[in-house]
Design a protein around this ligand. Structure first.
Ligand code: DGL
Length: 272
């Protein structure tokens, strides 16, 4: 038994999709969610900068006493996961491997598509993992720089719909049968992707696969909280608490009483 909370972080609200699946799978655990709203989006940033931000946040969470950290951001996972695991004592679960694994299992044609941020596509990590699992599988990747800013702005209008269709077009042309939605923000607009690809394409989202991996990790290490209790979640943001609360409540369909502010300076000091 281990009563410490689980830390989850993202550049903004995208990691809430992972938090949601964790709440469904592990309602007895406590969570501490940190969104780096002041520095979102991470996608257009160089890998070195994303690595620095991820180390600051993970150090802050570790010093807050969490028992496990979920890097609920594909950009941070693809740029920083090995470095975080080397630097910190607490176990860290990322979002990339569980998704690649699910996609390789699901595809029949062995032609897989990837939609993600520029940083994730540029890292080439999905190619590496997919090919390690099935050297004969082909991955077609498309970077989607317009999606995270539109999602964070709560924009679900014609511009978002058109952008998703534009990014989906090369994957449809390549006749992939499975598409990895390689950014934790994307399940927030799940229906837009479902319409763009139609019934014939399997969409793989990271959140469910990641929650399963977190639950298994806690179980195998013997650090689960007491079964039967009702866990709690605390929310932190470096950005606007009010904006985070509005987006968070709408997505989670959960009343969020308080969003606590943490400054970028506090994060920097945690890693100093
Ligand atoms: N949710 C982050 C991801 O999964 C978004 C990255 C960004 O801020 O651009 O990649």
């Amino acid at each position: 038994m281990d009563a410490r909370p689980i830390g989850i972080f993202d550049s903004g609200a995208g990691g809430l999709t992972v938090l949601h699946e964790c709440l469904v799978t592990m309602p007895h655990e406590d969570f501490l969610y940190l969104g780096d709203g002041a520095r979102c989006p991470y996608g257009p940033r160089p890998a070195e900068e994303i690595r620095r931000f991820a180390l600051e946040i993970a150090s802050y969470l570790e010093q807050s006493g969490v028992k496990l950290i979920v890097a609920a951001c594909n950009a941070a996972t693809s740029a920083a996961l090995p470095g975080l695991q080397e630097a910190l004592a607490v176990p860290i679960v990322g979002v990339l491997v569980p998704e690649a694994h699910a996609a390789v299992q699901a595809t029949r044609s062995r032609r897989i598509g990837l939609l993600a941020t520029e940083a994730t596509v540029a890292s080439g990590r999905y190619e590496e993992v997919v090919h390690a699992l099935d050297a004969g599988a082909r991955l077609v990747s498309v970077a989607c720089p317009r999606l995270v800013p539109l999602i964070e702005a709560g924009d679900v209008g014609a511009e978002l719909d058109a952008a998703v269709r534009e990014y989906a077009a090369p994957l449809r042309a390549a006749e992939v049968d499975t598409v990895i939605l390689g950014c934790t923000h994307y399940p927030l607009i799940r229906r837009v992707f479902e319409r763009a690809f139609g019934r014939g394409t399997t969409l793989v989202f990271s959140a469910e696969e990641t929650a399963r991996e977190v639950a298994e990790t806690l179980q195998r290490k013997g650090v689960e909280n007491a079964a039967g209790r009702q866990g709690t979640t605390r929310f932190f943001t470096t950005g606007s608490a009010e904006e985070f609360r509005t987006l968070g409540e709408r997505f989670l369909q959960l009343p969020i009483e308080e969003v606590e502010r943490v400054t970028v300076r506090e994060l920097e000091l945690a890693a100093a």
